[in-house]
Design a protein around this ligand. Structure first.
Ligand code: OXD
Ligand code: MN
Length: 615
């Protein structure tokens, strides 16, 4: 296969910046990785189109039918490169303790030495792209700048959608502005160390040598061997969560794995809510929800990440650091998330989805009736009933956020939006009620710290066993989780009564028959309404050992197709079950030893006492 990239006009963009540190770093990386050329990205539409052409000409992508999905491509990855690789993800802080028991740690100097071996000559035969990007509206005081160096046109195109790229970012960076260094290579040089040459492949990667490494002390990311999603689009999980969480700890703000939504009541009053759920628990669906409660409106600010800083009024203001949606495709449909489907109508990148005979995409559950034939994500013929999936379960769409029909007009406000409530959630079939309000910020931090999901039959381990995923940050916290909880408590102390209220929600409780008790999706607006009215001091609640639950009649059930018994069960506090769970919480906390905040111990003891009193 000939390299289309040689036909590209490369831009020597050194003159685009006066930032010496940046120019020097690009030179150093070029000397180490030995690309054929260097291209500085200006972030223009033309450049984006050129990247798509490069991918199509090089065999990485193909155009979808322009009448059905204008200006959109489909890409198939190597089957050895389909998801984030948590076991190959490292936090290289000074000490192992700083990374904590929930992260893989590696010594920073050792890791750099190992990686230099892999990166040397890694870009031979390729172009090194320099991508200056802003996480958050360019110039916002909450935003941060990064520069990604990569040899992947797929990454360049995705970064164009997911972040704000180009010259305007360098202008804000100025001669001595700070930026996060994000170095990436797919790890597939076209000239090998012994001098032999090889042809390019549609999805170059190094399937057996992946390293997703973070250096929080020097604010660097080095990612090698994978071209997929969170491993390769370094602005997202690597920067906006792992590195940013460590920056937030040092600087007194919050970098969270949370959607941001705007909720408006029938009187036209709006509040902003953040919500953290583990991956694949419906964050994108909640962020774009169509309420079933008449007169209420949900609009989207972000679907995955929230950066929050204190405003002059002492409240927490959030921005969405991203510029697009990198969502899981399977399961997304006009039923589960019509606004996501509408966001995908054009200008999108689809990865590992099925390709229909009329040149469109399809994935499991997209429509009730599957197409009669398609080409699956492996490039093979697929017909309904075939055991193999048409789309990989982690198939993704990359879509500009501006295409979402319910994007809030203030989604790019550089000052962010003031947050009234934070929801934590997980996937629990028992015990955890539909909604539960924390008594205090400290109690809410505790509820976030014990968030988790039950293992399903598909995963290793005992079915029903709880996997704690504190604040949905387990794979994304860039430092010791115990210190992270302490930071959460410190921020709460600083904000005092101006802090958002904290809630725990669970859409996944099941009845004795094993069926979900709550219909979810648009009906979740009933819970959002209760939260809104609690913050407004209008909805009533009852105190229980685990927190404040909706008082009888305070949750709007008008028109809801759920039986009285199911509702009772959804709001029932299972004192015996929670008492049983205390041991698991103690064991979860014990791993943090002396880094477990005193406030967390206090909350656990108080919970135990309240449960004992209720027995
Ligand atoms: C994501 C994730 O891709 O959480 O957003 O895995
Ligand atoms: Mn996520």
């Amino acid at each position: 296969m000939e390299r289309a990239v040689t036909k590209m006009q490369l831009r020597d963009g050194k003159s685009m910046t006066k930032n010496q540190r940046l120019s020097k770093w690009v030179d150093e990386v070029a000397a180490m990785c030995q690309p054929d050329g260097v291209h500085w990205c200006d972030g223009s539409k033309e450049e984006y189109q050129q990247m798509l052409d490069v991918m199509v000409e090089g065999g990485t992508a193909r155009w979808l039918n322009n009448d059905k999905r204008p200006n959109s491509i489909i890409v198939r990855s190597d089957p050895a490169d389909v998801a984030r690789v948590e076991d190959r993800t490292f936090i290289c802080s000074r000490t192992k303790e700083e990374a904590g028991p929930t992260n893989n740690w590696a010594d920073p100097a050792e890791m750099k030495k190992t990686l230099k071996g892999f990166f040397s000559g890694a870009m031979k035969g390729r172009v090194l792209y320099v991508i200056p990007f802003s996480m958050g509206p360019v110039g916002s005081h909450i935003a941060q700048i990064g520069v990604q160096l990569t040899d992947s046109p797929y990454v360049v195109a995705n970064m164009h959608i997911m972040t704000r790229v180009g010259k305007r970012v360098l202008d804000v960076l100025g001669p001595d502005g700070a930026f996060v260094q994000c170095l990436h290579s797919v790890g597939y040089p076209l000239t090998l160390k012994d001098g032999s040459r090889r042809n390019d492949v549609p999805w170059p990667c190094d399937g057996s040598n992946k390293f997703i490494t973070h250096f929080p002390d020097t604010k660097e990311i080095w990612s090698y061997g994978s071209g997929y999603g969170g491993n390769a689009l370094l602005g997202k999980k690597c920067f906006a969560l792992r590195i940013a969480s460590a920056m937030a700890r040092d600087e007194g703000w919050l970098a969270e794995h949370m959607l941001i939504l705007k909720l408006t009541n029938p009187e036209g009053k709006s509040k902003y809510v953040c919500a953290a759920f583990p991956s694949a628990c419906g964050k994108t669906n909640l962020a774009m929800l169509e309420p079933t409660v008449p007169g209420w409106k949900v609009e989207t600010i972000g679907d995955d990440i929230s950066w929050m800083k204190f405003g002059k009024d002492g409240r927490l203001y959030a921005i969405n650091p991203e510029h697009g949606f990198f969502g899981v495709a399977p399961g997304t449909s006009m039923k589960s998330n019509p606004n996501a489907m509408r966001s995908l109508s054009k200008n999108c990148i689809f990865t590992n989805c099925g390709l229909t005979d009329d040149g469109d995409v399809w994935w499991e559950e997209m429509t009730d009736e599957p197409p009669k034939h398609l080409i699956d994500w492996h490039g093979k013929d697929w017909v309904p009933g075939k055991e193999a999936k048409a789309a990989h379960p982690n198939a993704r769409f990359t879509a500009p956020a501006s295409q979402c029909p319910v994007i809030a007009e203030e989604w790019e406000d550089p000052n962010g939006v003031p947050i009234s409530a934070i929801l934590f959630g997980g996937r629990r079939s028992t015990r955890t009620p539909l909604v539960n309000e924390a008594y205090t910020w400290q109690h809410g931090t505790f509820l976030g710290a014990i968030a988790g999901s039950e293992k399903t039959a598909a995963a290793a381990g005992k079915v029903g066993e709880l996997r704690f995923d504190p604040m949905a940050m387990l794979p994304f916290c860039g430092y010791n989780m115990g210190d992270y909880w302490q930071h959460f408590l410190n921020v709460g102390q600083k904000g005092g009564s101006a802090m958002p209220r904290i809630y725990f929600v669970n859409w996944f409780r099941k009845g004795a028959d094993g069926k979900f008790l709550w219909p979810g999706y648009g009906e979740n607006s009933r819970v959002l309404k209760w939260v809104f009215e609690r913050v407004d001091g209008k909805a009533a609640a009852v105190d229980t050992p685990i927190g404040r639950l909706p008082a009888p009649g305070s949750l709007d059930t008008n028109g809801l197709q759920v039986s009285e018994d199911a509702l009772k069960e959804l709001l029932h506090v299972d004192v015996a079950g929670w008492t049983e769970e205390l041991a698991a919480i103690r064991a979860h906390f014990a791993q943090f030893a002396d880094r477990l905040p005193k406030g967390m111990k206090e909350e656990l003891d108080s919970l135990e006492k309240r449960l004992a009193a209720a027995r």
